[in-house]
Design a protein around this ligand. Structure first.
Ligand SMILES: Cc1cc2nc3c(=O)[nH]c(=O)nc-3n(C[C@H](O)[C@H](O)[C@H](O)COP(=O)(O)OP(=O)(O)OC[C@H]3O[C@@H](n4cnc5c(N)ncnc54)[C@H](O)[C@@H]3O)c2cc1C
Length: 383
């Protein structure tokens, strides 16, 4: 087995890391404190070509595969330490652009993808509801047919980029009686349509530079041309693909964060002295560094394995769930170690690992919790 990246992939990751150090990291502390989304940073990310990574070249993107898209997210997090930016970019790419790439009509692709690839339009996907997260099939948002439109009513929550987007992919129940595999349809809902409202902004533990909102739909009239994919199959097709991309790719951001924290901890262990010697001389500190490195290698391997298998068209559901479950827990464990290793300075935001701890927790929740991944792994084992 040769798990090394190609020279081209290494060079690409290095260029993203350098970009992030120069354009993202200098302002992240202030933006996190303020809980502020920064359109200027986003414009730089888009200008660097990251907003259209997996979008086919025919629609203005780079046509990058899952592995390369993950590499970019990992390098952006490593260099920039802005998990919120990574969350917004990852959501834009995997659950914003990809549903349109995979399920859009030619007209929908032409309309949305070029401007999304340029970063002028930011993607968002809304499936979670206040009372339906892991159990997506219990969602209540409905779209009933009236003449040649669908009338959309309901509430979605935890929508990343929901207040920034021009168009949001919304999954709604279109058949109250059908089984889940035939009951839900996805719609490309334009945020300027009557009845669409950003009803609440959510203030989060971490990833605070990424906006997360609740969306309300009160009789929004959605034309048939805005149906995304085959009607009735949104949960099994559009939703499944979204979660698959999300699981294989977005956790690379957490891997990048783990790598940067380890770098910082090694540096601090060399520089910080206690009892007349560097703290890196103490076995307890060495143990933390070693465990962080082991978790990093495992996390990176599992994420890249899942991405590689998806790119190769191989069965990868088990690998994707293992990667998501492992990375979510490992990121929190390593962030806790990083804070502890920094002592009191780990508890204040100037040393950044405080933010890492708050940011890391999301990897175990968003896009399918650790418990849900474990459930999926166990199902595969038990048949
Ligand atoms: C910052 C952020 C951004 C997000 N972005 C988006 C987005 O862009 N679009 C979107 O649609 N959603 C988004 N989400 C929602 C996210 O995917 C859900 O929060 C997640 O899937 C969990 O759903 P829930 O919050 O309703 O928790 P619940 O499903 O209510 O779960 C509560 C607890 O019960 C556990 N649990 C539930 N069912 C089982 C079971 N069968 N077995 C064992 N344990 C179980 C869960 O693991 C969890 O610990 C985002 C969430 C956050 C926090």
């Amino acid at each position: 087995m040769d798990l090394r990246l190609t020279e081209e992939q290494e060079a690409f990751a290095a260029s993203v890391r350098a970009f992030a150090r120069e354009h993202v990291e200098p302002t992240v502390l202030e933006r996190d404190r303020a809980g502020r989304w920064d359109p200027d940073v986003w414009a730089r990310v888009a200008g660097f070509g990251l907003a259209g990574l997996p979008v086919p070249e025919a629609y203005g993107g780079s046509g990058a595969d899952v592995l390369t898209t993950g590499l970019a997210l990992e390098a952006l997090a490593h260099g920039g330490r802005d998990a919120g930016l990574n969350l917004s970019l990852g959501a834009h790419l995997t659950i914003g652009c990809m549903p349109i790439v995979l399920h859009g009509t030619e007209e929908q692709r032409q309309r949305w993808l070029p401007r999304m690839a340029r970063g002028e339009s930011i993607g968002a996907f809304a499936i979670t509801e206040p009372e339906a997260g892991s159990d997506t099939a219990s969602m209540r948002t409905s779209a009933r047919r009236e003449g040649d439109v669908f009338v959309l009513d309901g509430t979605k929550t935890f929508v990343t980029n929901g207040g920034l987007a021009d168009v949001v992919t919304v999954v709604a129940r279109t058949d109250p009686d059908a089984p889940a595999s035939q009951a839900f349809t996805a719609f490309l809902v334009e945020t300027g349509w009557a009845g669409f409202e950003v009803s609440r902004e959510l203030h989060k533990l971490g990833n605070r530079t990424s906006p997360t909102v609740e969306l309300s739909f009160a009789g929004v009239e959605v034309p048939e041309a805005a149906v995304l994919g085959e009607p009735g199959t949104a949960l099994w097709k559009v939703g499944f693909e979204c979660f698959d991309w999300e699981r294989c790719c977005m956790i690379a951001s957490a891997v990048g964060g783990m790598h940067r924290d380890l770098d910082e901890c090694v540096r601090y262990a060399r520089e910080r002295e206690a009892f007349g010697k560097p703290i890196g001389d103490f076995g307890a500190i060495q143990h933390k560094l070693a465990q962080m490195r082991i978790r990093l290698e495992n996390a990176r391997f599992l994420q890249r394995q899942a991405a590689w298998r998806k790119d190769a068209g191989e069965e990868h559901q088990l690998e994707a769930s293992m990667a998501k479950a492992y990375v979510g827990e490992a990121a929190v464990a390593s962030a806790l170690d990083a804070v502890q290793l920094h002592g009191g300075w780990g508890y204040v935001d100037e040393f950044h690992v405080e933010r890492s701890l708050r940011d890391a927790k999301l990897a175990a929740i968003g896009g399918g919790t650790t418990e849900i991944q474990e459930l999926l792994i166990a199902r595969q084992l038990l048949g």
